[in-house]
Design a protein around this ligand. Structure first.
Ligand code: SF4
Ligand code: F3S
Ligand code: FES
Length: 251
């Protein structure tokens, strides 16, 4: 026998001065292999066309359907209702700007943070436009690819207590990005340049090791390993700078 699901959904439209934050309840009959994405579409089609939420790929690759599902950030398109109790509470991801109901603007946050940490290959090398690929050792390419799998869904940021309390903290996503560039031989940044972007209190030294980021990452990125490695590398760079020989004053 199929279950009657009870959805308690956060509603608020910041664009409408008459709108007040509230919770609306919807009842839906569960169907086999139902995901939250399917359930939300049915609610919108059959019960309330004004319900706002985001999605694009429905395959856990675009990162747009992140929301807080019974208190835990996750992807609506990847979450099966059969894995949840019959009563489901859905809230928008915190930290990001609310667009309306379950829809948040992750794009602005990721663009700003990517710019802040200079999330691109820095190189002066000239590339031959006729050569589309550069050779790289398989193991190295795989290690870089492992960290490239992030889909910028925002779940790790929303789950992080530090990111919720401190607007200036760049979060596990950004620290993972820098770890990825530090592995890449094409990125010619010096240790000091990496240190400048993440060897700070807004970066790796602001992380309080709360671990929620890795727990909720839908791509199962090894965020804890990367944070540990980065903290050690940044600590080492900081120590080295303390013991740099002093420049002699000109006599
Ligand atoms: Fe989402 Fe994981 Fe990327 Fe964080 S690291 S934005 S949780 S895919
Ligand atoms: Fe936040 Fe993850 Fe650090 S949850 S405090 S970034 S370990
Ligand atoms: Fe693309 Fe869920 S719709 S990740």
């Amino acid at each position: 026998m199929s279950r009657q699901l009870i959805f308690n959904i956060f509603r608020y439209n910041p664009q409408d001065p008459g709108s007040l934050p509230r919770t609306d309840t919807f009842i839906l009959e569960e169907t086999p292999s139902m995901t939250l994405f399917i359930a939300l579409n049915r609610i919108r089609e059959e019960q309330d066309p004004s319900l706002q939420f985001d999605f694009a790929c429905r395959m856990a690759i675009c990162g747009s359907c992140g929301m807080v599902i019974n208190g835990r950030p996750g992807l609506a398109c990847k979450t099966l209702t059969k894995e949840l109790p019959a009563e489901i509470t859905l809230m928008p991801l915190p930290v990001f700007k609310l667009v309306g109901d379950l829809s948040v603007d992750t794009g602005t946050w990721f663009r700003t943070t990517n710019t802040k940490i200079q999330s691109w290959i820095h190189t002066d090398q000239e590339f031959d436009p006729a050569v589309v690929e550069e050779r790289m050792e398989n193991d190295l390419a795989n290690a870089i690819f492992e960290l490239e799998r992030c889909i910028e869904c925002g779940c790790c940021v929303a789950a992080c207590g530090t990111a919720n309390m401190r607007e200036d903290f760049v979060g596990a996503f950004a620290l993972n990005r820098i770890a990825r560039f530090m592995l890449d031989p094409r990125d010619q940044r010096s240790e000091a340049e990496y240190f400048e972007v993440v060897g700070t209190d807004q970066g790796v030294f602001g992380c309080m090791g709360l671990l929620a980021c890795e727990d909720v990452c839908p791509r199962e990125l090894p965020l804890q390993d990367q944070l540990g490695i980065l903290r050690r590398k940044m600590g080492f760079i900081s120590l080295k700078s303390l013991f740099k020989p002093k420049a002699r004053a000109a006599s």
